[in-house]
Design a protein around this ligand. Structure first.
Ligand code: BGC
Length: 407
């Protein structure tokens, strides 16, 4: 059954989906046996532009794309400064897709946050004869042109993690409940500040790239919690999701409101949280005194959370997201319907109701509580960075790890 979700039903219904994912062990960046490509999120990033994997004879069942050779699909990711894309999204997608659609080539590109480059990468993939495109857009609106162009060639499109808009109709959308991500960030920060600050807490806000529909949803979700309950003394957006943009913004904020002029800081993700925290240190502020929020459960952020430099992050299990995208891509490649029960909702992108798969995010703090889960119960339990998760977190952080009972 396909259900059209409005905002209030969304989080409840997707909790059910997430619980069943947990029960089947599908959640978390757990490295499975035989999964040689999965390195786990937050372990590093590469550029990887324009490479292909998995060449070989095409399957007999499917029309194998243009050029008369083996069949092809495309995976187009938006940037590489945020660890997740090269460390988790790509390897988990590739491993699952190769298992499901053996012999079908994956044309891979990373746009390094340049919408024009992504446009060219998409054109190159179309010229190579891909049959399916899994696209995480740098710019949700301008990517509409890519989809319209693909559709004229009968190429199916999966809108991956970020919603594609711009008058286009992708076949599927897979992501997390991104409005909920913003709410989780704000709820955790608000509770922490209300417990520690006298009067209305004062916060700074650094949102994500305005061309990313997710950033809009994070911001809306956060404002739905903050508005009326905190004073937002400064707010701006990191135009390209870059840590250094956030660092500069935070330097300007601190210069304007002075160190005593804010109690806590909202950043849309862990990369920008890292930038904002660096700015605090430069200004002589101990970040432990200014609770901050981020997102992605990046390794560096988890280490900051253990030492108290960052208050919270949002954990999004990338493995099920990437693997479900691979399942959708393989089904589309073969001209089949996705497995029953996989697509459970619809999200409107301004043009049409797009059949959607949305996963549930989790708020994480060092020890959990107040509506958040602990590092031990999430990242460590799920082995988010692979089998060596604890060793990776605790390298150079032995004391903090012992204090948090991780070792
Ligand atoms: C993703 C986040 C990521 C951000 C920057 C968003 O669309 O959902 O996980 O941190 O982009 O790449």
């Amino acid at each position: 059954m396909i259900v059209k979700f409005n905002r209030s039903t969304l989080s409840i219904s997707w909790t059910v989906v997430f619980t069943s994912l947990l029960a089947t062990g599908a959640v978390g960046c757990k490295k499975k046996e035989g999964d040689k490509t999965g390195t786990g999120a937050g372990t590093g990033a590469g550029t990887g532009a324009g490479t292909t994997v998995g060449s070989g004879p095409g399957p007999t069942a499917a029309g194998g794309g243009g050029g008369g050779g083996a069949g092809k699909i495309a995976l187009l990711l938006p940037e590489s400064q945020t660890a997740r894309y090269e460390a988790a999204d790509r390897p988990f997608f590739e491993a699952k897709f190769k298992a499901l659609c053996p012999g079908v080539e994956i044309v891979y590109s990373n746009a390094n946050q340049q919408a024009a480059d992504q446009q060219q990468q998409a054109e190159a993939a179309i010229a190579k004869g891909v049959k399916v495109m899994v696209l995480d857009p740098v710019d949700g609106d301008s990517a509409g042109v890519i989809v319209k162009n693909a559709k004229t060639k009968n190429i199916s499109v999966v809108s991956y993690d970020r919603l594609i808009k711009g008058g286009a109709t992708p076949d599927y959308y897979i992501s997390f409940d991104n409005h909920r991500v913003g709410q989780l960030q704000a709820e955790a920060l608000l509770k922490k500040l209300t417990a520690t600050v006298k009067g209305k807490p004062k916060i700074t806000m650094i949102n994500g790239s305005p061309t990313d529909n997710n950033a809009t949803l994070f911001k809306q979700g956060a404002h739905s919690v903050f508005d009326g309950k905190v004073d937002i003394v400064k707010e701006d957006a990191a135009a390209n999701w870059k840590p250094e943009e956030a660092q500069q913004l935070m330097e300007q904020f601190i210069a304007a409101v002075k160190p005593k002029g804010f109690d806590g800081a909202y950043q849309a993700n862990d990369g920008t949280a890292g930038g904002a925290i660096a700015a605090m240190k430069t200004a002589g502020i101990d970040p432990k005194t200014k609770p901050t929020a981020g997102q992605d459960a990046e390794l560096a952020a988890i280490q900051r959370i253990l030492t108290g430099e960052q208050y919270m992050t949002v954990y999004k299990a990338i493995q099920p997201e990437a693997e479900k995208a691979a399942e959708l891509a393989c089904a589309l490649y073969k001209g089949e319907q996705p497995a029953a029960g996989m697509v459970t909702g619809k999200v409107n992108n301004g043009t049409a109701d797009i059949p959607s798969v949305l996963l549930a995010p989790i708020a994480v703090t060092k020890d959990g509580g107040d509506g958040t889960s602990s590092v031990a119960d999430t990242i460590v339990k799920d082995k988010f960075y692979g089998p060596e998760t604890v060793a990776q977190i605790c390298k150079d952080y032995a004391d903090a790890c012992k204090a948090a009972k991780l070792q």
